[in-house]
Design a protein around this ligand. Sequence first.
Ligand code: ATP
Ligand code: INS
Length: 345
Amino acid sequence: MTQNPPPSQQTPNSPRRIPNRRVLIVGNYCHDVLIQNGAVVAETLGGAASFISNVLDSSSVSCDLVSKVGHDFRYEVSHAPIVVPEKETTVFEAYFDLGIGHADRVLKRVSACDPILPSDIPDSRFDFGMAVGVGGEILPETLEKMVEICDVVAVDIQALIRVFDPVDGAVKLVNLKESGFHHVLHRIGFLKASSDEALFMDVEEMKRLCCVVVTSGEKGCRIYHKDDETAVPPFLAKQVDPTGAGDSFLGGLVVGLVEGLDVPDAALLGNLFGSITVEHIGQPKFDLTMLQRVKDEVQRRKKQCNLSSSQNNDHDEFHARLSPARFQDSPLQPKLLVNGLSCDR
Ligand SMILES: Nc1ncnc2c1ncn2[C@@H]1O[C@H](COP(=O)(O)OP(=O)(O)OP(=O)(O)O)[C@@H](O)[C@H]1O
Ligand SMILES: O[C@H]1[C@H](O)[C@@H](O)[C@H](O)[C@@H](O)[C@H]1O
């Protein structure tokens, strides 16, 4: 297959073919069932792909989405999935014994739709690919195709290391080394893991291969790349349901990267979308005024970084400017949270 060189290596004389499409999201939609004390509290559209496309669509970043669902898929979505008539949609039950606002939950995959095959993925080129399976639908050959056709691929580690109990579907994790994906990892750009999932990889090894982002709920996230380690502060949120926080985080990170922000600034945008997501059950509806303010701040930040001759690392200022957008309709006051400590401004 003929490939465009990545944008950074294109010169005016590079043979220019069809321009890349922007973002490719690969992962199945699912039905999420939230259970507390044996009773169903909510049933919602789930799957990392649904949370991520929600963030990208709201931010006007165009994306293609490849997802498979069964005949029983219940939701209207803006990116149509492939329907496999003889199968059921992937279903996750999430057991919140400590209350659904609590981060600790037991996940069970009680039904699984088909995997996504390389032939399901378009033969176009993309700036960014996102491998974001939830129920084991991303195969090693799926990821191999993604790294072939995308300039940069961001992977959620949950797509690679989950295994499912054959009896009750309980989600367990295996070490990344034993996942069957190890041979492709030197070709990915970003690997996102929650702090629990990060225990199943060797961060020291992975940060030499790609940019590793470890999210820690209300504490924000840390970025590891080569010899650099950067803490990116969180936004204050009233957590109602943690489901999808990591997905929206990844969506926000990619929005930032597509917009040309540097990685810590893009991760700050990830933290922002993650914090909004935990305040809702299911898919958050982003407030249009908030989105416009965030877009304005992103453009302002880009200009500021372009004008500044030295590297501008003042993330606190970007954080402070995003906070009011985040909280304008909320009783919470904007606060700066650094290393888990909040300070009134
Ligand atoms: N309680 C919270 N308060 C503020 N921000 C939060 C909170 N929980 C999550 N976030 C934001 O969302 C990001 C992702 O959350 P988290 O680390 O819980 O991901 P995750 O475990 O992959 O989520 P999930 O599996 O539930 O989708 C965090 O880095 C943070 O920026
Ligand atoms: O909808 C959710 C969400 O996508 C989570 O990121 C994933 O961990 C769950 O398995 C899924 O049910």
